[in-house]
Design a binder for this molecule. Structure first.
Ligand code: BG6
Length: 470
């Protein structure tokens, strides 16, 4: 295999090649023995640099390099690396890349050479670069070609349609996260879970993404996209589809769920933007953000799935920057106990914490120990660090790059899936962008807070009950 990483990031940040996690992930696969022996990694970007400089940059994000064993492995990994500089628009540069690839492959034992092209590039050059790659760099016999691209996959339904290339692996790195992959096992390998996984037992579901930092110099990109395009339309929607689809085939079933979700309504959406607090800058204080921008850095939005399993259950997706903590979780709240002697008690909740500190816990009621019968809320707790003490949880990119090496598409975004995902969000995004009138003003929230003050009321509206509401 030859993995070609075409990147624009080398020129933007001094020490980065491609996504900061791509090369560490390849190194992770290498050290665990998952990179087949004849596998070489070629960096390709406009910046001119020699082999030594490339090796330095390519390994600069690897953690634990001061450990002697890791340092030895890094040295061995460097033997797999090389670099070609070239443009994105001219065929000659891609011919040069192809000659370099042929030279490497002439040393491989197998004559079947696969080439994987990882485009860590702005979407504006996806199309011309893929065309050049197809024309100048595809292996034509005895091997396969694969192209990996990363979001943003367009800005709305129409712009995404230009990107519907075939043979592409569209990465949504949430699909490589351990706990997102675990959702399938929790649902389909447990009779007890499967039995209550529908509108008869579940009252509401929240999928939450919280980050404790703001845009911090990334405001140029962020302001053009906003929080819905940045994480909700892709990462959180992926979690929702896996949570709600029928038994796999995974890609077909995910599409069926998306087709059952109508476009988000503005009445079901809450927008926020962080302001300066506790010495931390507000969104508008970031010099890369246009003055007076009304771009939302927080959004909560409720989706409805119109199918027999989920009719009437609200799915609240909420995401924000500059909040009080780092956390991504799914919170499934079950309905009230309505009959028998136990009333006014807390609801069951199943919480799947995707990060940090992966965990699954079920909030349930148990009898208070003692000579009288009273129910108190308690938890059945599966925190991974405690239960799987020896396990190394793979990085999302390790898992997804390995899938690409194996040619397994199941954890990548299919073109029709992308189309339906945009259909759900395009009208609300056009409203936020002010396409048909004034742009809505987001509600301000202090840096480091839980989000806009309207949040608790918003969630309550969809039936969420806190334990102390019982
Ligand atoms: C990216 C977004 O897709 O996901 C970032 O562009 C966000 O804004 C990141 O910070 C979150 O990824 P993770 O793996 O840190 O949860």
């Amino acid at each position: 295999n030859t993995i070609i990483i075409a990147s624009s990031h080398v020129v933007r940040a001094r020490c980065l090649i491609a996504h900061p996690q791509t090369l560490p992930a390849l190194f992770g696969l290498f050290r665990q023995g998952f990179l087949p022996r004849d596998t070489h990694i070629v960096g390709y970007a406009r910046t001119k640099m020699d082999q030594a400089e490339f090796e330095k940059r390519a390994t600069s994000n690897i953690k634990g390099a001061d450990d002697p064993e890791t340092a030895n492995q890094i040295e061995a990994f460097k033997q797999r690396l090389s670099y070609v500089s070239g443009g994105y628009e001219d065929g000659e540069s891609f011919d040069k890349l192809n000659t370099h690839l042929q030279e490497i492959e002439s040393h491989y034992q197998s004559k079947e050479c696969n080439r994987i092209f990882y485009l860590a590039l702005p979407p504006t050059v996806f199309i011309p670069v893929s065309q050049h790659i197809k024309e100048h760099c595809y292996v034509s016999k005895g091997g396969v070609n694969r192209i990996i691209i990363e979001k943003p996959f367009g800005k709305d339904l129409e712009s995404a349609r230009h990107l519907l290339l075939d043979e592409t692996f569209r990465i949504d790195h949430y699909l490589g996260k351990e706990m997102v992959k675990n959702l399938l096992v929790l649902r389909f390998a447990n009779v007890a879970m499967g039995a209550c996984w529908d509108k008869n037992y579940i009252s509401n579901v929240q999928i939450t993404f919280k980050e404790p930092f703001g845009t911090e110099g990334r405001g140029g990109y962020f302001d053009e996209f906003g929080i819905i395009r940045d994480v909700i339309q892709n990462h959180l929607l992926q979690v929702l589809t896996i949570l709600t689809m029928e038994r796999p085939d995974i890609r077909d079933e995910k599409v069926k769920v998306l087709r059952s979700i109508p476009p988000v309504e503005k009445e079901d959406t809450l927008l926020g933007q962080y302001v300066s607090a506790n010495g931390k800058p507000g969104y508008l204080d970031d010099h890369t953000v246009p003055p007076n921008s009304v771009c939302p850095t927080y959004a909560a939005t409720t989706l409805w799935i119109h199918n027999p399993r989920w009719e009437g259950v609200p799915f609240i997706l909420k995401a924000g920057k500059a909040l009080n903590e780092a956390k991504v979780e799914v919170r499934i709240q079950f309905k009230d106990v309505t009959q028998g002697i136990f009333k006014d008690i807390a609801r069951n909740e199943l919480v799947i914490r995707i990060q940090p500190s992966e965990a699954v816990y079920l909030k349930m009621n148990a009898k208070t120990p003692g000579l009288y019968t009273r129910a108190i809320p308690t938890e059945m707790d599966l925190t991974y660090k405690r239960r799987f003490t020896e396990a190394k949880i793979p990085e999302a990119y390790e898992s997804l790059i390995l899938d690409t090496l194996r040619g397994d598409h199941s954890n990548f975004v299919r073109h029709d899936e992308l189309d339906y995902a945009w259909k759900i969000f395009t009208p609300i995004l056009h409203w936020i962008d002010g396409k048909n009138g004034q742009r809505p003003k987001p509600s301000p929230y202090p840096y480091g807070s839980r989000g806009p003050k309207e949040l608790d009321g918003f969630i309550k509206k969809y039936g969420y009950k806190r334990a102390d509401d019982a």
